[in-house]
Design a protein around this ligand. Structure first.
Ligand SMILES: [Zn+2]
Length: 264
């Protein structure tokens, strides 16, 4: 069954390559500066599963995403391009984390980025949760629109759990002045998704879809807004369930020590 899914995914990649090439030819992101922020790095691995580190997956997706955004005409700022973070010697725990994030935010501001995309991968004790999801700050109208656009694209990946964009008060979203979103690209704790996140081709599809969401945000905001309304109307009960699920997961995340969307 999983092999069939991988074959379908491979076909999907082949079919969609020309579309990505067309979008790049039009350079829809010309004159835009986009900050891509690969979560964690260095001594901070993020979520860990055996020898699989979230920080590595975040960086791989971010680098591919940068390429797609540049192909579409954008100038891209990566907040890190290797296995490190920006904390300094002598700081520990939450202080080090806060320092690292503040340095990233300063970097984003100094380059006058038009928007920010933070990339993470989730992990929970409950193994059944799967699917990529995009978060935005509750007070950011533009952040919401960007998150809706990206989530709409992520939902088109074959076999992808159809999650919706959600609100979060995490540090990066609360402290950036320009529209910002946090993409949790999947759950390392889910065996099937963990396997997928090992395939460079799957990371490529994720990056391609995130980039397509950014293009859609700039080129078709009305369409994004309309689809967002339809999505919510058709999934009203599902939406309430997911808000409850998020509240439940907040506790679970905390116990697990990986809490990107809760305290960062
Ligand atoms: Zn993370």
């Amino acid at each position: 069954m999983k092999n069939i899914f991988i074959v379908i995914l491979a076909l999907f990649i082949v079919i969609h390559q020309p579309a990505a090439a067309n979008a790049a030819a039009k350079k829809p992101l010309q004159s835009k500066t986009i900050a891509v922020d690969p979560g964690h790095g260095g001594y901070d691995p993020g979520a860990v599963w055996g020898n699989i580190y979230e920080k590595d997956i975040n960086l791989k997706i971010s680098k591919i995403l940068s390429k797609y955004l540049q192909d579409a005409g954008a100038k891209v700022i990566l907040t890190r391009d290797g296995d490190y973070n920006h904390a300094i010697v002598g700081l520990h725990g939450r202080d080090a984390k806060r320092y690292d994030l503040n340095r990233r935010i300063k970097l984003i501001e100094s380059h006058k980025a038009d928007l920010v995309i933070t990339i993470h991968v989730n992990s929970l004790r409950q193994k059944s949760y799967e699917g990529a999801e995009t978060f935005y700050h509750p007070k950011s109208k533009e952040g919401k629109l960007l998150a809706l656009a990206i989530q709409q694209e992520l939902r088109t990946i074959p076999g992808m759990k159809k999650r919706i964009a959600k609100i979060s008060n995490c540090y990066m979203l609360s402290n950036t002045k320009v529209p910002a979103v946090l993409v949790e690209a999947g759950f390392l704790s889910n065996p099937h998704e963990r396997k997928l996140l090992q395939y460079p081709e799957y990371l490529d599809v994720l990056a391609q879809k995130i980039a397509a969401g950014v293009v859609k945000y700039y080129t078709s905001p009305a369409e994004v807004e309309n689809q967002g309304v339809l999505q919510k109307t058709s999934a009203g009960i599902d939406f309430i369930f997911r808000v409850m699920e998020h509240a439940f997961l907040a506790g679970d995340d905390f116990k697990n020590g990986h809490c990107d969307c809760i305290i960062h």
